[in-house]
Design a protein around this ligand. Structure first.
Ligand code: GUN
Length: 296
């Protein structure tokens, strides 16, 4: 047996199409185009690539965007001043500060400076708190994208044992919250594992749904999972490979070739969860423009 492939690229394209149509409808009614302000501090190559991908996605769906590039020597005060001016600028709907930030800046202070109604990343404590309470909010894009994939492929979540490997504030923690809430998409019994977990296999072997966001290539091997498991691989790791044009290739946190034989469903890397993250960002930005994310 070999797992069915969860095609995140295809599902993301469907989402783009839907957002693009919604943006057109929104503008036809006389509203201006949604606007996403991206703030990039420093010149880390991976962050430049990620923000470039977000810009392209905006262009694809008809969302206006601008990337403000700031020196990595900027002070926290200067950065929060800039964020405050974006908060009060009515032409800006969504604000995204690309992570990671240089080490002298506190990501928590910077995120808190963003108006939570413009926090399209879903990182602000107000959105994190509302997510925990199962209240309408901006949801962190990667775990929201995973939930969208499970829904698209009609993979049952209710009463399943979901195991999340990785407890980051961006992915693992909100992922576990989304899976465990008592709502129409949740209700899973959820375990979170992390770098302090003593016997990882003891947990992963019982998983009906295994979500891996540890940032460790080939962490999950076939002997660590049970037959029929659903595998969601959030990892994106660069592995040196001279046979590839770029000198590297991308792999996830799961040993795809061995695990796919036991799994019922599996996401590939690339082309699995990755494209969904940016698609969810587009959806959140449109929601921010419509200001419909919170009840009136
Ligand atoms: N860095 C890595 N992933 C993300 C993300 O989803 N949002 C932001 N702002 N920074 C990131």
């Amino acid at each position: 047996m070999s797992a069915e492939i969860i095609d995140g690229k295809m599902v993301a394209e469907l989402l783009y199409k839907r957002v693009k149509e919604d943006v057109q409808q929104w503008c036809k009614k006389g509203n201006r185009r949604p606007f996403l302000q991206v703030i990039l501090v420093g010149d880390e190559p991976a962050s430049i690539i990620y923000t470039g991908t977000k810009t392209k996605a905006c262009q694809q769906v008809g969302i206006e965007t601008d990337t403000m590039v700031l020196q990595d020597t900027i002070s926290e005060n200067e950065l929060t001043e800039i964020i405050h001016s974006c908060n009060t600028n009515y032409d800006i709907d969504g604000i995204l500060v690309q992570m990671p930030l240089p080490s002298h800046l506190s990501k928590y202070s910077v995120i808190e400076a963003i108006d939570h109604r413009k926090d399209v990343d879903g990182f602000h404590p107000m959105n994190v708190g509302r997510l925990s309470l199962d209240q309408p909010c901006f949801k962190s894009c990667t775990p929201a994208g995973v939930m969208e994939l499970l829904k698209y492929y009609s993979i049952p979540v209710k009463s399943k044992h979901a195991v999340v490997v990785g407890a980051s504030t961006i992915v693992g923690s909100p992922m576990a919250v989304m899976l465990s809430r008592e709502n129409s998409t949740g209700k899973a019994t959820t375990t979170i594992c992390h770098k302090y977990t003593r016997d990882l296999t003891a947990h992963t072997i019982g998983a009906d749904i295994l979500i891996v966001a540890a940032g460790q290539p080939n962490l999950i091997k076939a002997e660590m999972v049970k037959q029929g498991v659903v595998i969601i691989d959030v990892g994106i790791n660069r592995i040196a490979d001279e046979t590839h044009e770029k000198g590297y290739r991308l792999v996830g946190d799961v040993d795809f070739e061995s695990v796919r034989i036991k799994a019922s469903w599996i996401t590939p890397v690339p082309g699995g969860v990755g494209p969904m993250t940016v698609a969810m960002l587009m959806k959140n930005t449109l929601l921010a423009a419509k200001k419909s994310v919170y009840p009136k």
